[in-house]
Design a protein. Structure first.
Length: 287
């Protein structure tokens, strides 16, 4: 490893906040977090982290995710919501996994309908269309069921998620993608807002195109049978990890169809029945 890379790795490791008196973090978790932080800082994808944390222990993977997120928050980012990943059978087949996961959405990931997302801001970008929910109430205490989730939703919007992997070649297992913040990159929210009295997520029909060519189709039922069921899974899982969903948070509920890779200059449009259209452009260059 040359001197520049050594300095970058050391800086990445030091960038993870430490609390006085905190219990020691297992070595594999700390090393995995440092590896992913270095990839993010240098914009060079890294080797998978499963060699450090294994493939069966999602607890260790979420510990890595929390450590990486803490480093970004220490640099000034702010949590604005969560994303659910691996909800579509098509995406599970694409990535070779068999259960959902979740990650954290930060304010510097968010874009408005029609914005251009810089190509270099997301490593190895792939796009998927989904339904985003904005919560009007916390999902933290008491019984969590579908009725509670439905009541907590303020409105739904069409969304694009631009997934990215800090792991070279998307060579990921479940533990790799969980550690890598569920492969979160950027997200774009549509302009139309609809309450659940006006819109039924399970029966929504989606079509997504890149540069005018249809690349993905699906329905709300392709997201764990019902996007609200995906939100319920997230609410319970996040609460178990002491990271409950809060009023005002955006929840990306998961892909309604396969992901599609993106090249610089791509134009992306998704239409979701009942929610309208959401579009974005991918920047041409490295900034």
């Amino acid at each position: 490893m040359n001197d520049t890379r050594r300095v970058q790795r050391a800086a990445a490791a030091q960038d993870v906040p430490q609390e006085a008196g905190a219990r020691q973090v297992p070595q594999g978790v700390a090393e995995a977090a440092a590896r992913l932080l270095e990839a993010d800082a240098t914009r060079v994808p890294c080797a998978p982290v499963r060699d450090l944390i294994g493939t069966a222990d999602t607890g260790a993977a979420y510990a890595v995710q929390q450590r990486v997120t803490a480093a970004r928050l220490a640099r000034g980012a702010r949590v604005v919501g969560h994303k659910i990943g691996l909800t579509s059978p098509a995406v599970q087949r694409q990535l070779g996994v068999d259960q959902p996961d979740f990650g954290v959405l930060l304010d510097d990931m968010g874009y408005a309908d029609g914005d251009t997302v810089p190509y270099a801001s997301v490593l190895q970008p792939r796009v998927e269309a989904e339904i985003a929910f904005v919560l009007g109430a916390d999902l933290a205490e008491g019984q969590l069921d579908l009725a509670r989730v439905r009541a907590a939703v303020d409105h739904a919007v069409a969304a694009l998620e631009i997934c990215g992997s800090r792991v070279a070649g998307w060579d990921i297992t479940l533990s790799d993608t969980v550690a890598d913040n569920a492969s979160a990159g950027a997200f774009v929210l549509g302009r139309e807002r609809h309450s659940l009295a006006e819109f039924e997520p399970r029966t929504a029909v989606m079509e997504m195109s890149v540069d005018g060519r249809t690349v993905s189709e699906g329905t709300g039922a392709d997201c764990l049978g019902d996007p609200l069921a995906a939100v319920l899974w997230l609410a319970r899982t996040a609460r178990d990890l002491d990271d409950p969903l809060r009023a005002g948070h955006v929840v990306l509920s998961g892909a309604l169809g396969p992901m599609s890779p993106l090249a610089p200059g791509a134009q992306v449009t998704a239409v979701i029945g009942g929610l309208g259209t959401v579009t974005t452009a991918i920047g041409e260059g490295t900034v």
